[in-house]
Design a protein around this ligand. Structure first.
Ligand SMILES: [Zn+2]
Ligand SMILES: [Zn+2]
Length: 387
């Protein structure tokens, strides 16, 4: 797909940044090296203000354009890696055992740095750009922590945009959808307590594992029998462990863990309610007890309609087209920023690569022209400089 590359002369440099970040992945809030590099580069580009330590290791850069429109747009990238052992065999593969940029946040950070450099040099816009680099997108809620630190108010952000690479989508292409886009992600843990004992004396025990098995199966009816079939929900039990490791001991306790993904608040409430009711009553029927922990994590990520329109317009200017994206049952920390300010989140094609979170995944450097140009286009389009 032909791309109008606004940052062509920076392609090599951005690629080098990306590969350096890839080689040195950092997890959750421990993005100390990455944050330091980002801050140093933003300073070097001549940003008007660079602030570190927002949301622990988050970094914010401010770039003032020409003119006095008073408009302020936030552009956000994530910086964190995943606890995965890399199997790409790349010459710039992770040097840190058990950590890997398997979601392409190395690419996101590099592309936004490229856009920051371009915007600092050209300043061909009327307003202020706030570039936001967040830690801990992968389950840590780094975006929420930056918001809780008062970032939006402090920098006067009026609207905010995000981007993610998308394996399987052609390089140079974009996709987006208005409204609910990424799912709310919740976690649950159910501890089942029966009455342990000798495996040869079932009459004397309450078999914790039989109860646990019934609960796992009964939970399968929540999505299929309780949730409105035209609405979306996923309930996956992902771990089952008991306190017994022996072949002849009925365990006293067992623990189930799992995740729930939903797209609407009422469905989210319903699934939580049903998990609790089913687990309790099933355990009770067998003479066991349960303790349930249900943790609400990221909310549904909702793209705002007007800003989605701007995102599409910028994407079309870069590559001529922007498809409608399907719903994604994964979660996105950017949801918290979109709860605070209007904005939109777009997908940029990563080509035919392994899926994200896979040990053989790699961000595609050929996606840099489209991704970085989209940021530049969006800013100059939303805040046109007076001619
Ligand atoms: Zn991810
Ligand atoms: Zn990601």
């Amino acid at each position: 797909m032909p791309v109008r590359n606004r940052l062509a002369e920076m392609q090599k440099e951005i690629t080098e940044w990306r590969r350096d970040l890839h080689e040195n992945p950092e997890i959750l809030f421990d993005t100390h090296r990455t944050s330091a590099i980002v801050a140093e580069k933003l300073q070097g580009f001549g940003c008007d203000e660079v602030v570190t330590g927002i949301g622990r290791t988050g970094v914010v850069g401010v770039i003032k354009g020409k003119g006095g429109s008073g408009r302020v747009i936030g552009l956000r990238a994530d910086m964190d890696a995943l606890p995965i052992h890399e199997e790409t065999g790349l010459e710039y593969a992770s040097k840190t055992d058990g950590a890997m940029h398997a979601c392409g946040h190395d690419g996101h950070t590099a592309m936004l740095l490229g856009a920051a450099k371009y915007l600092s040099e050209t300043r061909n816009f009327d307003g202020t750009v706030v570039v936001i680099f967040q830690p801990a997108e992968e389950g840590g809620g780094g975006g929420k922590e930056m918001c809780d630190d008062g970032m939006m108010e402090r920098f006067g952000v009026q609207e905010v945009y995000g981007m993610h690479n998308w394996p399987g989508k052609p390089v140079g292409s974009f996709a987006i959808r208005s409204g609910a886009f990424f799912a709310a992600t919740d976690q649950f843990e159910i501890v089942i307590e029966g009455k342990g004992g000798h495996a040869a004396k079932p009459q004397e025990v309450v078999d914790t594992l039989v109860v646990t098995s019934h609960i796992i199966l009964a939970l399968q009816s929540v999505v299929s029998r309780n949730v409105d079939p035209v609405k979306q929900a996923v309930l996956s039990v992902t771990s089952a462990e008991s306190s017994s490791k022996a072949f002849n001991v009925i365990p006293q306790t067992a623990t189930l863990k799992g995740t729930v993904r939903t797209m609407a608040p009422e469905v989210r409430d319903l699934v939580e309610e049903r998990i609790t009711a089913i687990s309790k009553s099933t355990a009770e029927a067998f003479g066991a007890t349960v303790e349930i922990m249900y943790k609400r994590s990221y909310p549904v990520m909702v793209n705002h309609e007007t800003e989605t329109g701007y995102a599409i317009e910028a994407a079309k200017k870069v590559s001529g087209d922007c498809e409608e994206a399907p719903l994604v049952m994964g979660g996105e920390d950017f949801a918290f920023m979109l709860e605070e300010r209007p904005g939109a989140y777009i997908l940029v094609g990563n080509g035919d690569t392994a899926p994200v979170h896979h040990p053989k995944y790699n961000f595609n450097d050929d996606a840099i022209p489209a991704g970085a140009s989209w940021w530049a286009e969006l800013v100059e389009m939303r805040m046109p400089a007076a001619s």
